[in-house]
Ligand binder design. Structure first.
Ligand code: MLT
Length: 312
């Protein structure tokens, strides 16, 4: 890794607040995870880590902003699996995720859950599938834009049913919930980190989780496999990135602060409650993160290409 910026500044870093870009709107799962980690990293670094929500274009707007930022450790990105699907989905992306960033480490893996508006006339996941299959393009499926985790889930769902819905894109889950609760959108696949509170309070209906086993945190909700779609399992992962060329000592210090955040008992408890425990320590590592990013891009490319007509 290059030593741009000189070792003196790397030694005194951080001398001011650090901006953590979340490439989605406030109130969604990336924001929930990012704010928790930013606060705990700030405690470790003795500086504020300030969250900046830069939503738009399925997370690619905020990601592009960090790719173009000065490689000085003062602008970092927290993103999800979408960083590995966007290169297949966008013909012209203003960055290559593999070469534009220093990987800092993997943060957490998060399940997803299929949600329905309160008034959708179904009582379970199998009925939802029947209902939406019959209605096709009359169904409004929300997502957080092309290249988001929710878009990936929606794409796989449509491909496995062989149906195309009308997709409605937002800048993140945050602005989707009011529409879903008001019965203006039909269905949405979100991460449990933001969905849990809406489901347990009954404001939206949780129909099926995308895990292999039911989740203790969401009692009574079956897996998609149990409820009608065998093999429909998706796990979303999150990582932290700094612009390429960020000095190695700063990368290592960011990694150390991230590890401390993921070991903070308050953070661990909350993450477990949300069904999104910290990654195992051996995965909280820049090299493991980079290898994972590369393999995820390769893993999803043929799947997304095969689902092509459902890509947006
Ligand atoms: C997504 O990728 O769908 C996002 O996680 C949405 C969000 O964080 O708001």
């Amino acid at each position: 890794l290059p030593m741009i910026g000189g070792s003196a500044s790397a030694q005194t870093w951080p001398e001011r607040a650090i901006t953590m870009v979340i490439p989605f709107a406030p109130g969604g799962p990336t924001d929930v995870v990012g704010r928790m980690i930013a606060e705990a990293m700030g405690r470790e670094l003795n500086q504020n880590v300030v969250v900046q929500n830069v939503g738009g274009a399925g997370g690619t707007t905020g990601t592009a902003r960090v790719a173009a930022a000065a490689p000085d450790g003062y602008t970092i990105l927290l993103h999800n699996i979408g960083i590995a699907t966007a290169p297949t989905l966008y013909r012209r992306l203003p960055y290559d995720p593999v070469t534009a960033f220093e990987t800092i480490g993997l943060v957490t893996a998060t399940p997803m859950i299929w949600l329905a508006r309160p008034g959708l006339p179904v009582t379970n996941f199998a009925e939802m599938i029947r209902h939406v299959r019959e209605r096709g393009e009359a169904v409004n499926l929300a997502n957080a834009g092309l290249g988001s985790a929710s878009q990936l889930c929606g794409t796989l769902f449509q491909a496995s049913l062989g149906v195309r819905f009308t997709t409605v894109s937002y800048t993140g889950s945050g602005p989707i919930y009011p529409e879903l609760m008001a019965d203006r959108l039909d269905i949405y696949c979100d991460q449990t980190t933001s969905a849990s509170s809406f489901v347990t309070s009954g404001r939206v209906r949780g129909l099926a989780v995308t895990t292999a086993e039911p989740m203790a945190q969401l009692p009574g909700i079956p897996t998609a496999g149990q409820a009608g779609l065998p093999g429909f399992e998706i796990g979303i992962w999150h990582g932290i990135y700094a612009p390429k060329g960020t000095p190695t000592p700063v990368v290592m210090r960011l990694n150390q602060a991230m590890r401390a955040a993921l070991a903070d008992p308050r953070v661990v408890t909350r993450m477990n409650e949300l069904g999104s425990p910290p990654e195992p320590v051996e995965r909280q590592n820049p090299d493991v993160h980079r290898a994972h990013l590369v393999s995820e891009i390769a893993r999803w490319r043929p799947i997304l290409q095969a689902a092509g007509q459902f890509a947006d």
